[in-house]
Design a protein around this ligand. Sequence first.
Ligand SMILES: [Zn+2]
Length: 111
Amino acid sequence: MSEYLPAFRRNQDARLDSGKRTYGDASFGWPVKRLLREAQQECEDIPNYAFIAWTRLEKLMETAEAIEDMLPGSCPKHPKYTPDKPPRVCCERCWMAYSVRAVQRDMLDMP
Ligand SMILES: [Zn+2]
C-alpha cells in the first residue's frame, strides 16, 4: 500500500495549488471558526462519498449475483467437466459457462 502514498501526496499538492489558483491565499486569512466549519463539512462529505461508492459496489454485486444465478456450475451437456478442467472442444454453452466462471474466479475473486 505504501506505493500509493506518493500519488496521494501529489494529489494533495495539486489540490493545494488548485485552491491557490482559484481562491488565492484567502483561506489562510479566514477566521478559525470558518476553517473549523470547513473541516467539519469535509468530515461530513467523506462518509457521503463512501455511501455513494457503496451503492455502486452493491449494484456490481447484484450484477455479479445475477450472472452467477444464470450460469450453471458446468455445462449440462458435459457435466463431468468443470471451469478448472473444461473439455478440449467446448460447445457454445461450455464456452459461455467456463469463460464467465474463469472471469468470476480469476478477476472478481468469486468462489
Ligand atoms: Zn458443453
